[in-house]
Write a protein that binds this ligand. Structure first.
Ligand SMILES: NC(=O)c1ccc[n+]([C@@H]2O[C@H](COP(=O)([O-])OP(=O)(O)OC[C@H]3O[C@@H](n4cnc5c(N)ncnc54)[C@H](O)[C@@H]3O)[C@@H](O)[C@H]2O)c1
Length: 268
């Protein structure tokens, strides 16, 4: 432990169970000395195991559906009271597509669900930052991180409308990153993470094959949720103060590999 986040207050969205990327991030941030508040959708709080994490990290849990401005206003207002101060970092680790969940194929999308996918997985990043700005909830030099996937740049069958949601997420990162940088030196980035064995990950059809393919394509192998948590700690710490408006690949080299020997061997 290096106390990289000592005296920092963090808000973590999206820890459902011990496999969640947000769960690992919360554990690491706690180890690095941060004060935390955890949040998730009310239904996820009932079904998940967040109480275990909250005891471990000595942090309070405040329910919030990321699509609801009322819930977000309540969350940011209460966080300020609990911390008795402003927030230093935020993790948005939230994603859900009703079309993917209900196996609708890309040529037969339900458009109400498509809008829901965009709202939950992309527009919510804007909502969080807008409520945060209006309530002036964040300290100067704060850091905001969202989790993305390379399907925003290249097409992957079965990722479906989540690809569009990740494109929204990455675009909001640039636009709001500029604004918050100018206003308060706050940085905004996305981490484009390797396939990771979580509830959301395994919800994608053929995930196991995606996972194995990416692992064999990447010279360093897939980045795990723990690796991602370490990267988040760096991005929340004062060591990354001038990194903003970026989509940061955290994928063992996958994004810049054309083909690997292991994949070639599969065809021999
Ligand atoms: N698992 C992967 O392979 C992978 C790869 C790249 C990026 N990501 C991204 O990482 C992030 C975290 O996902 P994960 O893999 O840890 O899976 P996860 O299922 O553990 O986390 C997703 C979270 O989103 C929350 N959520 C869904 N709807 C919500 C709503 N309306 N309001 C508030 N919260 C809501 C869920 O309750 C859950 O906690 C997502 O953005 C996902 O797209 C995952």
């Amino acid at each position: 432990m290096n106390n990289l986040l000592a005296n920092k207050n963090g808000l973590i969205f999206g820890a459902l169970d011990e496999n969640s990327i947000a769960w690992k991030v919360a554990e690491k941030c706690h180890q690095e000395g941060a004060n935390l508040i955890l949040t998730n959708a009310p239904i996820a709080l009932r079904m998940g195991k967040i109480d275990v994490l909250s005891r471990k990290c000595k942090s309070e849990v405040i329910p919030a559906d990321v699509t609801s401005l009322d819930d977000l206003e309540n969350l940011f207002t209460k966080s300020k009271e609990i911390f008795d101060g402003k927030i230093d970092f935020i993790l948005h680790s939230v994603g859900m597509s009703p079309n993917v969940r209900k196996n609708r194929n890309y040529g037969d999308l339900n458009y109400d669900w498509f809008l829901k996918t965009l709202d939950i997985s992309g527009i919510s990043f804007h909502k969080i930052m807008q409520v945060n700005e209006k309530l002036d909830s964040m300290n100067e030099w704060g850091s905001i991180v969202g989790l993305s996937y390379i399907a925003a740049q290249k097409t992957f069958p079965f990722y479906s409308d989540m690809a569009e949601a990740k494109s929204v997420l990455e675009s909001v990162t640039r636009s709001y990153g500029y604004r918050l940088g100018k206003m308060k030196n706050i940085r905004v980035n996305t981490i484009s993470q390797s396939p990771t064995k979580t509830t959301a990950g395994k919800g994608i059809k053929a995930f196991e094959s995606f996972y194995k393919f990416a692992d064999k394509m990447s010279p360093l192998g897939n980045a795990s949720a723990e690796d991602c948590a370490n990267y988040c700690v760096f991005l929340f710490s004062d060591l990354s103060r001038k990194i903003t408006m970026q989509n940061l690949y955290h994928d063992g080299g996958f994004s810049n590999t054309g083909i690997s020997e292991e994949i070639i061997d599969n065809f021999n």
